[in-house]
Design a protein around this ligand. Structure first.
Ligand code: SAM
Length: 308
């Protein structure tokens, strides 16, 4: 069967140079996109992201390029298309396709008490600061399916601060928020989460916080009482309150420098004086426009405190 350039291109993004031998096209592994092809691809991706923004309001224009490029090609293949431009056309005319693309562009991986040493440090170093406050507002930005939020609810409950807390948990994606609101996760994950909980300094038996319902572990409703789940886009939406703690872990890593700075500005403006910012292990406040506005409470765990 003769394969078209487009079919070959479809089978592996980034490998475009084709040699023709008789009627058969051969794909050369070592061939990388040349400058012109690279430039064309950048333009196509730029136009797709612009269209996505103009048509639907989702702004991925400043997400880190290498990862966004990979994900777009994944969707091109998923739609059985051969170019980014073809995907652009479909996305603009077909909302379902846009939703599928959206599902590819954002990573939702998360777990309970993820990076347990961070939660242990938070317990030790931040909880004493929070005890001084009459009321505590916490914002989990980019909360995904909510595991991080329930972890925080459990921690605050164990520290006797639950009555005076309000936790705002937001994400760009409505589907993950629906999962988060249900507060039920596969039972088979509980073994790992129990280990995390214990490493995070958990004070009780983890299983007391959920009941088995079929194959799911349903977290007890009292843990949801203080949580407000809402859709919020860090790129296009404004601050909606003043917070004493902001968790934003493993979200900024997908943004380019311009966007990281913009979101750091949003966080800085949204934190009270002495408010605490918690980033992911691979993220940092260094080299952002607000680096001078924070001191490290625990640099290794990426816990910072706003001091001016
Ligand atoms: C990898 S998850 C991180 C979940 C959790 N914070 C953790 O560290 O386990 C990243 C989340 O960021 C969300 N996200 C990506 N872009 C966003 C944006 N512009 N505004 C709000 N949330 C966003 C995604 O939908 C996804 O659920």
């Amino acid at each position: 069967m003769q394969m078209s350039d487009e079919n070959l291109r479809m089978s592996q993004p980034g490998i475009y140079s084709l040699r023709r031998l008789g009627d058969v096209y051969l794909q050369s592994e070592e061939s990388l996109p040349n400058k012109e092809e690279e430039e064309r691809e950048r333009i196509e991706i730029g136009l797709l992201l612009e269209g996505l923004f103009q048509m639907y309001g989702y702004d991925f224009r400043n997400y880190a390029y290498p990862s966004i490029r990979r994900r777009i090609w994944h969707r091109v293949h998923g739609e059985k298309l051969s170019t980014v431009s073809a995907l652009q056309e479909r996305v603009l005319h077909d909302r379902d396709c846009m939703e599928r693309l959206l599902g590819d562009l954002v990573i939702h991986v998360t777990e309970m008490f993820r990076d347990p040493t961070l939660f242990a440090s938070f317990r030790e170093q931040v909880i004493p600061l929070l005890r001084q406050l009459p009321a505590i507002r916490v914002w989990h930005a980019g909360c995904s399916t909510g595991e991080e939020v329930y972890s925080m609810a459990i921690l605050l409950y164990e520290e006797g601060l639950y009555d005076k807390v309000r936790i705002y948990a937001t994400d760009i994606n409505e589907e993950v928020l629906q999962v988060a609101e249900r507060g039920a996760y596969p039972l088979k994950k509980m073994q790992d989460y129990t280990k995390n909980y214990m490493h995070a300094g958990g004070k009780d038996s983890f299983s007391r916080y959920y009941s088995a319902v079929g194959e799911m572990a349903a977290f007890h409703p009292f843990l949801r009482e203080k949580i407000v789940f809402a859709q919020h886009n860090l790129v296009t939406d404004r601050s909606f309150n003043e917070f004493h703690v902001i968790f934003c872990r493993n979200v900024l890593i997908y943004f380019d420098n311009v966007l990281q700075n913009q979101v750091h500005h949003l966080f800085y403006e949204s934190l009270s004086i002495s408010g605490v910012l918690v980033l992911g292990h691979k993220e940092s406040i260094a080299f952002t426009g607000h680096a001078d506005g924070y001191e490290a409470i625990d640099a290794r765990e990426k816990i910072y405190r706003k001091y001016k």
